[in-house]
Design a protein around this ligand. Structure first.
Ligand code: PGA
Length: 254
């Protein structure tokens, strides 16, 4: 089954609006001819300016988080409609930093997925086991819990919009990448869960990305795996040269 390839940059809490705009200006000439979908998950403050600059280019702009309610008295929060109107087309949901540093529960993550789908923002659901879970042989159990709780009750017509990102917590920002063999094995397992939920056609068409210390040097090995449909890149995406190189490598994927 033909699936779309993605290189998604996650800027986290880096770059002011001015820095963001000059990054994009530098990036665009570097990615001419790139066939992958290039997504940038940027701070809220930069979404509107970048979305305007990125019009008619291969780059799409998105957010790193959203609130699960449509609107309301939630000081400091942001809604799907606000993001959409600012020009975001996708949103990261359930990143491990949100789960561990900001106490996001599986219940909230589930509601955020529903909200994004209802308000027409493409959700990129991030899942991954902790080091302890891996060492105790509970990787599949952790992924099954995270994926099924986030996607329970989502009909397959809506589920078809989703992108899944496997990010082992022990590989994020640590310089430790999971081996290509581990990644392929886990992606296959995730795919089996999606097929179980939504059937072969929809489950088989969802792109599954790998994230965790991806760089221009290790990306080729990762994306050579059959079930790896792209990458979610933190640190290396802050440098437009590195991000362009990673995007370019997706072109030569078998
Ligand atoms: P990293 O981050 O590439 O810096 O490991 C990945 C992520 O947090 O999405």
């Amino acid at each position: 089954m033909k699936r779309k390839f993605y290189a998604v940059g996650n800027w986290k809490m880096y770059k002011t609006v001015r820095e963001a705009v000059s990054y994009l200006e530098e990036l665009l000439p570097l990615i001419e001819g790139c066939e992958a979908n290039l997504f940038l998950a940027v701070p809220f403050t930069s979404i509107a300016s970048l979305a305007l600059e990125a019009k008619q280019t291969p780059v799409a702009i998105g957010a790193q988080n959203l609130h699960e309610e449509k609107e309301g008295p939630f000081t400091g929060e942001i809604s799907a409609l606000m993001l959409k109107e600012a020009g975001a087309v996708f949103v990261l949901i359930g990143h491990s930093e949100r789960r561990t540093l900001f106490g996001e529960t599986e219940e909230r993550i589930h509601r955020k997925v529903i909200r994004a789908l209802q308000d027409d923002l493409q959700p990129i659901l991030c899942v991954g086991e902790s080091l302890q879970e891996r060492e105790e042989g509970r990787t599949e159990e952790a992924l099954k819990r995270q994926i099924t709780s986030a996607l329970q009750g989502v009909p397959k017509e809506e589920g078809a919009q989703l992108i899944l990102a496997y990010e082992p917590v022990w590989a994020i920002g640590t310089g430790k990448t999971a081996t290509a063999e581990i990644v392929q094995e886990v992606h296959l397992f995730c795919r089996s869960l999606l097929v179980h939920l939504w059937g072969k056609k929809v489950g088989g068409s969802i792109s599954i990305l790998y994230g965790g210390s991806v760089t221009p040097d290790n990306v080729a090995h990762l994306i050579a795996q059959e079930d790896v449909d792209g990458v979610l890149v933190g640190g290396a995406s802050l440098d437009c040269l590195k991000f362009a190189k990673i995007g370019g490598k997706l072109n030569s994927r078998p």
